[in-house]
Design a protein around this ligand. Structure first.
Ligand code: AP5
Ligand code: MG
Length: 222
């Protein structure tokens, strides 16, 4: 089963992707995480992507599509895959569709996390991440037990480079212009599930889980 998580910056894609991975054993492809790791390693991809992430712009499609396809092919035999934050514009969505057709696959569900920017800025400014194990916190809604220390591995937490107010503003603008139209693209294909994301993590997870369970049941009875 292939699932796409779509939504504005901070809408909870990463949080729900991790829950889907943990609870259903999906293979997770998060392009944002892959770029951040490449930037840390200072490899070729990291060098190419760095300035785009730092300013909140989209990395060029050619690089993103190459990474996605490579990752898809090397997914270690996993049938169930979540894409967190991909596709992110109409060109990526069309190209991805053609690619999936060519390998005889299709998207089962696209979750759209629906929430106004006014709530998201606060979430992004309050987000902290663990640079070592990747755990995500929120000082407002999901703080660590000890101030600024990762519950899982004890490292000092950090802010994501692009979670600064001026960059967040750019990310919202890019989202509005480039990514928002992707929602319409998928609504025509009848795979779109709108999730009101101005709710707590558990409530959203219950809804997401219900839709995935239902999809698995439908596939079983086919
Ligand atoms: P990416 O890493 O994908 O960032 P994003 O889309 O801006 O989204 P975020 O990761 O900021 O938010 P999220 O929706 O995952 O929310 P989270 O669960 O963390 O992309 C970064 C950059 O990479 C892009 O700007 C671009 O440069 C590049 N890139 C990536 N994909 C690309 C592509 N396809 N094409 C081209 N370039 C690409 O939650 C946010 C915070 O809220 C956390 O603190 C969390 O704890 C908290 N939270 C989560 N859920 C809730 C809830 N229900 N209630 C309260 N708080 C919550
Ligand atoms: Mg994310």
């Amino acid at each position: 089963m292939i699932i796409v998580l779509l939504g504005p910056p901070g809408s909870g894609k990463g949080t729900q992707a991790e829950l889907i991975r943990k609870n259903f054993g999906f293979y997770k492809i998060s392009i944002g995480d892959m770029f951040r790791e490449a930037i840390k390693r200072e490899d070729n991809i990291g060098k190419k992507a760095k300035r785009y992430l730092a300013t909140g712009k989209l990395v060029p499609d050619s690089l993103v599509l190459k990474m996605v396809k490579r990752e898809f092919v090397s997914r270690k035999g996993r049938r169930n895959i979540i894409f967190d934050g991909f596709p992110r514009n109409i060109n990526q969505a069309r190209d991805f569709n053609e690619f999936l057709n060519s390998v005889n696959k299709k998207i089962a569900l696209v979750f759209y996390f629906d929430i106004p920017f006014s709530i998201l800025s606060e979430r992004l400014l309050q987000r902290r991440i663990c640079p070592r194990c990747g755990a995500v916190y929120n000082l407002g809604t999901a703080p660590p037990i000890s101030h600024n220390i990762c519950d899982r591995c004890g490292s000092i937490l950090a802010k994501r480079e692009d979670d600064r107010a001026e960059i967040v503003k750019n990310r919202f603008q890019v989202y509005e212009k480039e990514t928002a139209p992707v929602k319409k693209f998928y609504s025509k294909k009848e795979v779109l599930v709108n999730i009101n994301s101005d709710a707590n993590e558990d409530g959203i997870w219950r809804l997401v889980k219900k839709h995935i369970d239902r999809k698995f049941n439908q596939e079983k009875t086919k």
